[in-house]
Design a protein around this ligand. Structure first.
Ligand code: F6P
Length: 382
């Protein structure tokens, strides 16, 4: 068998090995005849979640594991538990399907940290249920919040491998999270479409895309779609410079402009825009209104929103999700725990979960993409 998580000559780091973990693994082996793996999806959905689940089931079954799909994220590990056994038949036809067949919850009861000795501690309850279910390993598919919860459980002794997911691509430790490529495809398609209508009406079109703390979607789609202005959280913008860019284009005969703004973009000296507490949104409309006044041009705003998260994953996301799912099972089967599978150049490796928590992978303001875009005349409003 080819070990997907181990490129030739590369030894995966072995980070399990706490005495508790081994004792736990042996205890759960005696609890059940069949070796069992659990898999759950947590946090916001992303295209490719089902492809990971499919790979986990196929790979897991192939290695002799029964696979339990824990439903509704970590919530399915509470109370009487909410799970179903997943077989090959359950994952048939899943590759092109968006969303998650296991459904998902955003943190739910796990919004705080584990508190030793607390009366109603969801972490202790989840750990107890992981043991009761006889899970030899649990695969947690999600972003930073999901892996943070996983880390708490790992520290308590749960055997977990994380799988990195987010359309924002802002999880550290990995070159790519699955879901990003699909979001990029949707955003770039939107820019292409906005180009033709903007040009026909001599308008300024502002496209607001997702990207809470990191501007990867805006930056990649903006360059791929030929935007004139790209606004990202990492580079606070000066609206006057954005207006100047539009007027400069007018001067040289381009009567329309395309602006891509990440939802977390903010003006210099200002803060990000929120439509409700904890819910970003509004930068697109604000920029649009200001530019209409400053340039006198007809300006329109399109907020792409959850269209970026729904629907069928691109082939690249299906492939990455499949590699991650298979590698997660292989890693657990090799006794590795407390790690997250990750893409590094052309290989799938694992990295300690604790190394990806507490910080995000943001766009470096002088990286080559920014310099390339600058060189092509794109304005970042800076
Ligand atoms: O998946 C990350 C993300 O897409 C962010 O960019 C965005 O702010 C957030 O999810 C919105 O998610 P929801 O509407 O589900 O809270």
């Amino acid at each position: 068998m080819v070990f997907l998580a181990r490129p030739e000559g590369f030894e995966l780091p072995r980070r399990s090995g706490t005495p508790f973990h081994h004792a736990y693994m042996e205890a759960s082996m005696t609890n059940t005849q069949k070796r069992r793996l659990g898999v759950l999806t947590s946090g916001g959905d992303a295209p490719g979640l089902n492809a990971v689940i499919r790979a986990v089931v196929k790979m897991g079954n192939g290695l002799g594991y029964e696979v339990l799909g824990i439903q509704q994220g970590y919530e399915g590990l509470l109370g009487d538990t909410d799970y179903r056994v997943l077989t090959g038949a359950d994952v048939r036809g899943l590759l092109p399907r968006g969303g998650t067949i296991l459904r998902t919850t955003n943190k739910g009861h796990f919004s705080g940290k584990h508190v030793e000795g607390a009366k109603h501690d969801p972490y202790s309850e989840a750990l107890e249920n992981i043991q009761k279910l006889g899970l030899n390993g649990l695969i947690t598919i999600g972003g930073e919040g999901t892996q943070g919860i996983a880390l708490e459980l790992v520290r308590m002794g749960a055997p977990i491998i994380g799988v990195p997911k987010t359309i924002d691509n802002d999880l550290p430790g990995t070159d790519r999270t699955f879901g990003f490529d699909t979001a990029l495809q949707v955003a770039t398609d939107a820019i292409d479409r906005l180009h033709t209508t903007a040009a026909s009406h001599n308008r300024v079109m502002v496209l607001e895309v997702m990207g809470r703390h990191a501007g990867w979607i805006a930056l990649h789609s903006g360059i791929a779609g030929g935007a004139d202005v790209i606004l990202i959280p990492e580079i606070p913008f000066d609206i006057q410079l954005v207006a100047d860019k539009i007027m400069e284009r007018e001067k040289y005969g381009s009567n329309f402009s395309i602006i891509v703004a990440a939802e977390g973009a903010m003006p210099k000296g200002g803060t990000a825009f929120y439509m409700a507490p904890g819910r970003l949104g509004g930068v697109g409309n604000s920029v649009t209104e200001q530019l209409a006044q400053m340039t006198g041009k007809d300006c329109r705003c399109v907020v792409l929103g959850h269209l970026q998260r729904g629907g069928t994953p691109t082939p690249a996301d299906r492939l990455l999700a499949t590699r991650y799912g298979a590698a997660a099972v292989t890693a657990l089967n090799d006794g590795i725990t407390g790690e997250m599978v990750a893409l590094r150049a052309q290989d799938i490796i694992t990295v300690p979960i604790e190394s990806v928590i507490g910080h995000l992978k943001t766009v470096r303001p002088h990286n080559d993409l920014i310099r390339t875009a600058h060189g092509l005349g794109v304005s970042f409003g800076d």
